[in-house]
Design a binder for this molecule. Sequence first.
Ligand code: GLU
Length: 304
Amino acid sequence: MHHENPKINKNLRGRFAPTPSGRLHFGSLTCALASYLDVKAKNGSWIIRLDDLDSPRVQRGASENIIRTLEYFNLISDEPIRRQSDNLKLYEEIFGDLIRKNLCYRCECSRKRLQSLNNVYDYRCRNKKLSHEKTSVRLKISETNNIQNFIDNIQGNQETAHITSDFIIRRKDQIFSYEYAVVIDDYVQNITSVLRGADLISSTFNQLILHKSLNFNPPLYSHIPVVENKDGEKMSKSKNALMEFSKTKLSILYLALDWLGQNPPAELKNESNQIIIDWAKKNWCPKAIPQLLSKSITEQAQIL
Ligand code: GLU
């Protein structure tokens, strides 16, 4: 008989969705940890999803490496790990619906032309009714699906810094765009809480537009500052700490928690990953996460 853990909060589901284009570094591990804690602190579930659609970027062995690294830090998916490449049929089906409902159109503009527009699309192909397959496909933005702002759970109100214009949901090489696939995945996997790096804030507008176009209920979004390489005093301190880690394999989770503003007690430094995570679950304080959009830390070392 299958016993469900009665403590699991079914209404809270988060995920970490790395692209297997390389190994995890300190920044991506910090995102994984934060997304885990954000749901686990309230007994939610957390899943790992490999965003492996963009096959030209996928690196051999990277998925396995990422999973092993997460396991090493006791960041274990509560459900079987998902892969976007398993969902192609669903992406096709929903794509067919969008075409039939006339919510998207084919665009034959060259990369060079788009660059000259600074990537703000000027709707040139919107009414051309192109039908040949070797084109990209754009979603039509209208008054009914447009989004001008959203409330980020950590960063507060976010307004579009750029002009939203019809964006690509399927590329010329026929690969579905990241924005399109991620929206469908988050919806069908019942994700209620998305926590990721602030480099994706601008993409969140497009994602919310897609959720609206598809009549999906969007998750709550939280973005954490991107860990960057920069010279500065704070950095050299952290750098030493990370160097110490790389020699002794100690407490990178401690450093990540420190970076996330969680103020972990010094005694935790030499503790096991599980003890550090247990402390962090009990003491998780999203409000303490820095609001700045970038913060310095050591080089984005490839770990393990
Ligand atoms: N796969 C994306 C990346 O690695 C992140 C997807 C997401 O969290 O929405 O940058």
